[in-house]
Design a protein. Structure first.
Lengths: 111, 115
């Protein structure tokens, strides 16, 4: 049962434009959501998180939006840079249960 | 603030041997999780420790075990190594902060090769 889904396996964006990565979830009991960036053969790098009691969180070029009624969250990267090219994972957590990861979206930022 | 540290970074072992990997979490973080990362299976959850107690466990055989010490440092042990245990083993430390924030940071990993 895939509780966290990233339906787009890949995304290409021009440098300087906005990258929007999407994530859907099925468990309405999740209370934290996280986004990670991952390069090949390396571990994930934490980017930003959001609590279920909020609908937006910003950190520099990264903004996460949460729509609880739609069970949907998105990560906006503005402006996109070539160094942002990586696989992005969304993840979710309920209480003291383990973090559940999505399948990832590969972002390519074209110079 | 120092990040999550893992030792050793690289390890080569022979099938049948055992191995112990170490993880030091970010100062103040009391939760430590372990993951196995392989090209074929991706990131798979092994277990999580909080205040020296295993709080969550993944679907791995009993050859994989762990523990956490009073200073939150954690070790992971794999006994009777198999070729399929070759992977990048990642440790992550997390903190549930005030005002509804939760963050989990990964270490650089230990790359284990079993021959």
């Amino acid at each position: 049962d895939q509780q966290v889904k990233q339906n787009s396996p890949s995304l290409s964006v021009q440098e300087g434009r906005i990258s929007i990565l999407n994530c859907d979830y099925t468990n309405s009991m999740f209370d934290y959501f996280l986004w990670y960036k991952k390069y090949p053969a390396e571990g994930p790098t934490f980017l930003i998180s959001i609590s279920s009691i909020k609908d937006k969180n910003e950190d520099g070029r990264f903004t996460v939006f949460l729509n609880k009624s739609a069970k949907h969250l998105s990560l906006h990267i503005v402006p996109s840079q070539p160094g942002d090219s990586a696989v992005y994972f969304c993840a979710a957590k309920r209480g003291y249960q383990k973090v559940t990861f999505g399948t990832g979206t590969k972002l390519q930022v074209i110079p | 603030k120092a990040g999550v540290t893992q030792t050793p970074r690289y390890l080569i072992k022979t099938r049948g041997q055992q191995v112990t990997l170490s993880c030091s979490p970010i100062s103040g973080h009391r939760s430590v999780s372990w993951y196995q990362q392989t090209p074929g299976q991706g990131l798979q959850f092994l277990f999580e420790y909080f205040s020296e107690t295993q709080r969550n466990k993944g679907n791995f055989p009993g050859r994989f075990s762990g523990r956490q010490f009073s200073n939150s440092r954690s070790e992971m042990n794999v006994s009777t190594l198999e070729l399929g245990d070759s992977a990048l083993y990642l440790c992550a430390s997390s903190l549930r902060q005030d005002r509804g924030r939760y963050e989990q940071y990964f270490g650089p990993g230990t790359r284990l090769t079993v021959t």
